[in-house]
Structures are given as C-alpha cells and as structure tokens.
Design a protein around this ligand. Structure first.
Ligand code: NPW
Ligand code: K
Length: 451
C-alpha cells in the first residue's frame, strides 16, 4: 500500500490504454484482486468482511479478492448488485464458489468492501443500490473502496451519487483525478496505491515533499534568495507575504511600500520602480493588498517591465493583461483562487486539471489554481495536484502567505513548476502544524518549522 505522494495520475481512458498496452487483462485482474485481498486482510485483522460487487470489472476485482480471502481462511461474504457483464468479470465470478447474496438482503459485516463501480461509472446510481449500501456502511466499522468510491466520476471528481465515505481507498495501478479533486476526494478517505506492475506514464502527478536547496558553508543571504514584495493599498497583506517569504527560507526580503514595525529582519523601503532593478532579486511578489486603483496599475506595469521572475496574486490578477506575460522571458507564477481564475480565464472545459493546464498554456506561465484541491500546471503540459487542503486554511491572509512562500521558493533558484509545488506543499503542511482556528500570521510562522 503505497502513499500517493508523487505518484502518476491517469484519466480513465489513459488507464484503459495502459491496461491494453500491458496485454494480459485477466492476469491484471488477478493481480488487482489479490492485492486488494492482501490489503483488506491487513486492514481488517480477523474481522469478517462483506464484499459488494458491481457488474463490471470493478466487481470482477471484488470476486477475485473474495476468492483469495476465502482461500486464506478469512471470513468473507459477497453480495452482488447484478450478474457480471464483462468476460473478465464473468471469469472472476466463476472463481467465487460461495453464496452470492443480494444487496437488498445482505446482513452487515464489520468490514465492508465497495467493489461496485470504478472508472467505468457513467451515470447516477439507483436507489436500489445506494439505500442498502448506505445501510451496510453505517453498520460497518471499516469501509474500503476498490479503486474509487462508487458514485464518483473518475476524471473530474464530480459526485454523481453520494457514496458513504470510505476510510481507505485502494487505487489500482495509478491514481485517478478523483482521488485528489474535490468534492469526490473527501469520500475516498486515506488513498493507498496498489502497484500492479504496469507502466502508467503521466505528465500529471500527486504533490510530494519538495527538494529545496539547503544553505551550505558558502551561502550568504543573497544566495539563499532575495524576494521583493510590492506593497499597496493594504500594507498588512504585503507584509504577511513578506513574512511568509522569510519563513519559507528566503535570505533577504524587502517590502516596497508603506508600513512599519516588526519583524526587524524585514527590510522596508518606499515604493519606487527603480527598486525592482536590483539584479539580486530572485522573485518579485505582487498582488497581496495591492488594490486596484491607478497606483496599483502603475506598480504592476513596473513589475511586468522587469526581467525578474514574478509571483502574481490577488488584486494583480484582476489588473493583469495576459498578453503582457507572453513578451517576458523570466518565469511567472499566477496564484488565482476560483473567482480570480474565472475572471482571468473564463469557465473553461473539463476537469480542474484540464482547465488549469489550458490556463497555463494561455498565460505561458505557471498557474496555481487554489482551492480545497490545488492544481499547479505548466505551459508544457505538466501538472501537480494537491488534494485535501486543511479546511481551516479558509482564513483571511492565507493566500498572501502562499504568495510570499512562492516568492521564496522561486528565488531559491528551483524551476518555476517545482517552486510553485514546493510552496503549496509547505503551505499545506504549515496549516496542519497550526491545528485549528489559526490565523494567517501563525501560518507564516509555521513555515519555518516545516522547512
Ligand atoms: N487499473 C488496472 O490496471 C485494472 C483495473 N481494473 C478494474 O476495472 C475497473 C473498470 O472496470 P469497467 O470499465 O468494467 O467499469 P466499472 O467501474 O466496473 O463499471 C462498469 C459497469 O457498470 C455499469 N454501470 C455504470 N454506471 C452504472 C450505474 N450508474 N448503475 C448501474 N450500472 C452502471 C456499466 O454498465 P453500462 O454503462 O455499460 O451499461 C458496466 O457494466 C477499474 O475501476 C478497476 O477496478 C482491474 O479489473 C484490472 C486492472
Ligand atoms: K468501487
């Protein structure tokens, strides 16, 4: 059972192509079912198991798993919603020599395994399935989903029919978008990957702990990265970003704008376009608290005119002309939340991953599409997905903290996509360290502990 960090994410079509390329589908289902049985046995201990099987290959995995558990002496029962409809599932069902109960009449067991539907779900589940399933899940102590919780759309994370939440989801061969995208991901519980030994190539991966440069004996404050934060109408937001940049590892942070007071390590200078000409600046952060007036426009123009890497957030995203980015050589990272994303790029088509990739290609920049799930996309088609954000991150200033942290990782010299993903990871971990009802200042402070 492999943690999802850094693992490839495949759409249902890409997964099917990978299975076909492997060739022996029956061997694959055998491996999948046995791997599920092994994982369930580990999770269940001696507790009896009830496996619910659907008509397709997800159900096929369930029949193989049930047969493997029974062969190992585990107490296991099986209930089916309909007879198997694929050749593979029929062959798998033939290996189960025990009784096949109906879903409607099945009695609960302490461990419930959902092998109803996986990547092939195409429509809403009927009441005849959802009602007994919810009843059985409510009576179970552990609910395990095979490949995906049934009822959710694999590719875009939509919830077609609300499943009873699983505690553990066993992803087969590769992660699917719905394991990380909301609202589906919240029904998956802890996701663990079962390796089936097939190649599952993808340009989209789950987020993982970053590798960031560590200071060495020859380091000084500028080699660690210098960040300039452009201040604006609301000085506090810019200062929060500056604080986050310092806490995320920048060696030198300057706030260009009004404001005073601690921290003393923050260099404060009045705004001037000339201040951005410093060649030691590794990243300019603009947007937190910038405002949207004429002065804000002037500051954004000046930032876009520099040859420095940029992090563009908040108000600056509302003022930004995307065509200005096309003329720049240096990297740019845009960090919109859903509202800012829609204002900049429109509604778009497809999953959040598809829409963010299209936006990155349009902007020719890295786009960090924030939310309860965050998709980080590059113009070259690579994407990184962070699921499962801490719900307490919905607090004022948390976006400013992310923008500042992104400035620090970008100024450290790592490539822009890695810098953006690293900042999202640090931000997410910092939130978990803060516990409950934290404020953005706590979040910025916690970045040091996460680094
Ligand atoms: N990754 C791997 O390496 C491996 C993956 N494998 C497994 O294959 C799974 C994908 O299997 P799959 O394509 O057969 O689709 P699956 O999810 O079982 O559902 C299709 C069936 O459900 C039906 N159906 C759909 N919606 C419905 C509804 N609302 N209400 C009622 N019925 C509905 C649909 O009917 P139809 O739409 O055709 O009328 C069809 O009969 C994958 O998730 C993984 O578990 C392993 O076996 C091998 C290794
Ligand atoms: K399932």
């Amino acid at each position: 059972m492999i943690p999802p960090d850094g693992q490839p994410i495949l759409t249902a079509a890409a997964m099917r192509a990978a299975e076909q390329a492997h060739g022996d589908l029956s061997a694959l289902m055998d491996r999948a079912g046995r791997a599920v049985a092994q994982a369930v046995a580990r999770l269940a201990g001696p507790s009896p198991v009830l496996i619910l099987c659907g008509p397709g290959n997800n159900g096929g995995d369930g029949y193989v798993a049930a047969a493997a558990l029974a062969a190992a002496g585990h107490a296991v029962r099986l209930a089916a919603v309909a007879p198997p409809t694929t050749d593979l599932a029929r062959a798998a069902a033939a290996r189960w020599t025990g009784r096949v109960e109906t879903l409607a009449n099945a009695q609960p067991a302490p461990v419930l395994v959902d092998a109803l539907f996986g990547t092939g779900l195409s429509r809403l589940l009927g009441h005849a399935i959802t009602a007994p399933w919810h009843r059985l899940a409510a009576a179970a102590q552990l609910h395990v989903a095979v490949d995906l919780p049934s009822g959710i759309a694999s590719d875009d994370g939509a919830v077609l029919s609300t499943p009873p939440p699983a505690q553990v989801t066993l992803a087969l061969a590769a992660l699917k978008p719905a394991h990380l995208l909301q609202p589906a991901a919240r029904y998956a519980g802890t996701v663990r990957l079962l390796d089936l030994g097939i190649a599952a190539p993808s340009s989209c991966h789950a987020i993982a702990a970053p590798t960031l440069p560590e200071p060495g004996p020859d380091s000084h404050k500028f080699t660690r990265g210098m960040v300039a934060v452009v201040g604006g109408a609301m000085a506090g937001a810019g200062e929060l970003a500056a604080l986050a940049a310092m806490r995320a590892g920048a060696g030198y942070v300057v706030h260009l704008g009004d404001g005073q007071g601690p921290p003393h390590a923050l260099v404060r200078k009045p705004w001037s376009p000339a201040a951005l000409d410093d060649p030691r600046i590794g990243a300019v952060v603009i947007g937190p608290g910038l405002g949207r007036d004429a002065a804000a426009h002037t500051r954004l123009d000046a930032a876009l005119a520099t040859d420095r890497p940029l992090v563009i957030d908040g108000d600056a995203l509302h003022l930004l002309d995307l065509d200005r980015l096309a003329d720049r050589q240096a990297a740019a990272i845009l960090t919109p939340h859903a509202g800012e994303f829609a204002a900049l790029f429109g509604k778009g088509q497809g999953s959040k991953i598809d829409r963010t990739l299209a936006a990155a290609a349009r902007a020719r920049a890295i786009v960090v599409h924030k939310g309860p799930d965050t998709v980080i996309a590059a113009p070259d088609g690579r994407a990184v997905v962070a699921g499962d954000a801490d719900d307490w991150l919905s607090t004022a200033g948390s976006g400013d903290v992310l923008a500042g942290a992104t400035g620090a990782t970008l100024a450290s010299g790592v490539a822009a996509l890695d810098a953006a993903a690293a900042a999202v990871w640090l931000h997410g971990r910092a939130a978990r360290r803060c516990g409950r009802s934290f404020i953005a200042d706590d979040l910025a402070a916690a970045l040091s502990r996460v680094r």
